[in-house]
Design a protein around this ligand. Sequence first.
Ligand code: PRP
Ligand code: URA
Length: 208
Amino acid sequence: MKVKVIDHPLVQHKLSLIRDIKTGPKEFRELLEEISMLMTYEITRDLPLEDITVETPMGPCACKTLSGKKVGIVPVLRAGLGMLSGMLRLIPTAKVGHIGLYRDPQTLKPVEYYCKLPTDVAERDFIIVDPMLATGGSSVASIDLLQRYGVKHIKLMCLVAAPEGVRLVNEKHPEVEIYVAALDDHLNDHGYIIPGLGDAGDRIFGTK
Ligand code: PRP
Ligand code: URA
């Protein structure tokens, strides 16, 4: 399995809190924002830099600046929205696309209901964000969609993944790097991640 687990102590501590059944929507949203910010810090390590000279009050200083690589973030609706604000805190110039998918409760297959992407997709590196990578159907459908629009470089950032979902994305899209805060044990018969954290969308928006 090709997946990078972000094992930073702050991420792991906050992940334990967010999993807890006693954590309500307000705290869940705050933790998800914080974890997303920390994960973004890790997954943007390869952003290219270039040299610049900055004039400090004491004189010129050789510095670095981001070399203008354009980034796109695509939250998968609904639950991916919970990860967006934390990411935009660190990459405020990123453009944001939205993909609307829900998982049919019977077939567990993703059903697409919305897609709106930035116009200059081919020039940007994209990060797809969704807290849960379960069967992998939603992530594969999101990657397929972005590639149909001409996106070349995609990373996938999820909070919790099941091995089944990682394997499917690896198989269908070996070119996509997957970053998660945890790789859990398995899926149950209803396609929920065990131990997981329950239904991410419902916990973010308080719908159950
Ligand atoms: C959840 C989750 C993923 C999907 C993962 O969304 O946010 O998008 O399920 O499952 P998969 O890997 O088996 O496709 P859900 O369908 O519950 O929609 P929601 O975000 O609107 O609640
Ligand atoms: N979607 C969720 O929100 N949670 C799971 O465990 C699986 C899919």
